[in-house]
Each structure stands twice: as structure tokens, then as C-alpha cells.
Design a protein around this ligand. Structure first.
Ligand code: GTP
Ligand code: MG
Length: 202
């Protein structure tokens, strides 16, 4: 897919205030600092569309971006991370409620791209979140991030571990993508998946 335009639309904490549910939508979620905003910038070929930071907890709202508005428009959504963001417990709980509301109640949400740091062993918080997605019957795929930061061998090992851990509770593996926002790896594959989903809807 060619990205001909990408623009920020709005930020919300309330899914009811998000844009009209009239075009397909794809959301990006994962632990704080996993690389959600960086991946969105990589996918849309832009530097500062989604705000990134070395400090976990940068994205705090549901951010809608309108992609390819002239031809086949769709929304790309950047979400706050779960996990170790340096914010108060009460604020974290508030985030959790509005993110869960958004994910379960948004009518035009086609896929959730769940990002996982490829450098780490399977994390309980990721497994729990994946199980929550399953319990709520939400369609999702896994995106391994920051793959430029480790060797090919280590990457294969970590991915194999993640798959094995997933298969302890799941009958089959969700679709998976290997990415690096830094090296622009995985861009075509993700955009192709979105493009196919878009054309199966209209
Ligand atoms: P929150 O909004 O805080 O939840 O974080 P986020 O998941 O949006 O992460 P963000 O995109 O802000 O990236 C966090 C840090 O990881 C930044 O310092 C990025 O430069 C770095 N980073 C993200 N993706 C990659 C990647 O593919 N390779 C490398 N080397 N660094 C990356
Ligand atoms: Mg972010």
C-alpha cells in the first residue's frame, strides 16, 4: 500500500468522543516504550506524526490518525502503553479503563496490532494482555519490535520462546510480524495486511 497522506485527527480518553466509526480502524498497543509511536511513524513515512520518547509513558491518550483520506481512508490509532510507565497508580488504572473500553466498544476496529519487544523473554504482562484480548474475542496480531537491537540468532531464539509460551494457552498462533522502526523492517507486510483487510470490508 502507498501512504499518500497521514494526518493527526484528535486525542481522547473517551471512546465515545472518537471520530465517527465510518472507516476501518487499526490500533497499536503494547507495553510502554515498546515502540508503538515509532512504528506508526515508520509505517506512515513520517518523523514526528506520533510523538516518541526514550521515557516510558509518552503517549497518554487515544490518538487518531487519518491515513489516505483521498482514496481509501482508514484510521491508525496510537494508544498509551501498559506496564511500567512512570505515572501514578490511580492514573494507570484510569488509562486501563479507557483503553479497555475503547478496545471492546469501538465498532470499526478491525485489528489490534499488539507490540512485543523482541529483546525480551516472554513477559507475563504481555501474556496476560494477549489472554484478555482472546477472552474478549478481539482480533489481533503480534508485532515484534526493535529487532535491529539483537543478533539474528538471538531474535530467532526469543521468537521461538514467545511462540512456545503462547502455545501453552492458545491452540494456534496469531499472525506475527518482525519489525524495526529504525531499519524500516516489516513495513510492507503490515501495510499489506491492512490493505487486504480494508478491501475485504468495502
Ligand atoms: P509509550 O508511548 O511511552 O508507551 O512508548 P512507545 O511504545 O510509543 O515507544 P516509542 O515509539 O516512543 O519508542 C520508545 C523508545 O524506543 C524510543 O527511544 C525509540 O527511539 C526507541 N525505538 C522504538 N522503535 C525502535 C526500533 O525499531 N529500533 C530501535 N533501535 N529503537 C527503537
Ligand atoms: Mg507512544
Amino acid at each position: 500500500m502507498i501512504i499518500s497522506s497521514a494526518e493527526f485527527v484528535c486525542s481522547n480518553t473517551d471512546y465515545k468522543k472518537c471520530p465517527k466509526e465510518d472507516i476501518p480502524e487499526y490500533a497499536f498497543i503494547g507495553r510502554s516504550n515498546v515502540g508503538k509511536s515509532s512504528l506508526i511513524n515508520m509505517l506512515t513515512n513520517s518523523k514526528g506524526l506520533a510523538k516518541t520518547s526514550g521515557q516510558p509513558g509518552k503517549t497518554q491518550l487515544i490518538n487518531h490518525f487519518l491515513i489516505n483520506k483521498a482514496k481509501t481512508p482508514w484510521y491508525l490509532v496510537d494508544l498509551p502503553g501498559y506496564g511500567y510507565a512512570k505515572v501514578s497508580k490511580s492514573k494507570k488504572e484510569k488509562w486501563q479503563v479507557f483503553i479497555q473500553d475503547y478496545l471492546t466498544k469501538r465498532g470499526n476496529l478491525i485489528y489490534i496490532f499488539m507490540l512485543v519487544d523482541s529483546r525480551l523473554e516472554p513477559q507475563k504482562i504481555d501474556m496476560d494482555f494477549m489472554n484478555w484480548l482472546g477472552e474478549n474475542e478481539l482480533p489481533f496480531c503480534i508485532v515484534f519490535t526493535k529487532t535491529d537491537k539483537l543478533s539474528k540468532g538471538k531474535l530467532q531464539e526469543n521468537i521461538a520462546n514467545y511462540r512456545a509460551k503462547t502455545l501453552e494457552t492458545w491452540d494456534e498462533l496469531p499472525q506475527q510480524f518482525i519489525t524495526s522502526a529504525e531499519k524500516k523492517v516489516g513495513r510492507e507486510e503490515i501495510l499489506q495486511t491492512i490493505s487486504e483487510a480494508n478491501s475485504s470490508i468495502v
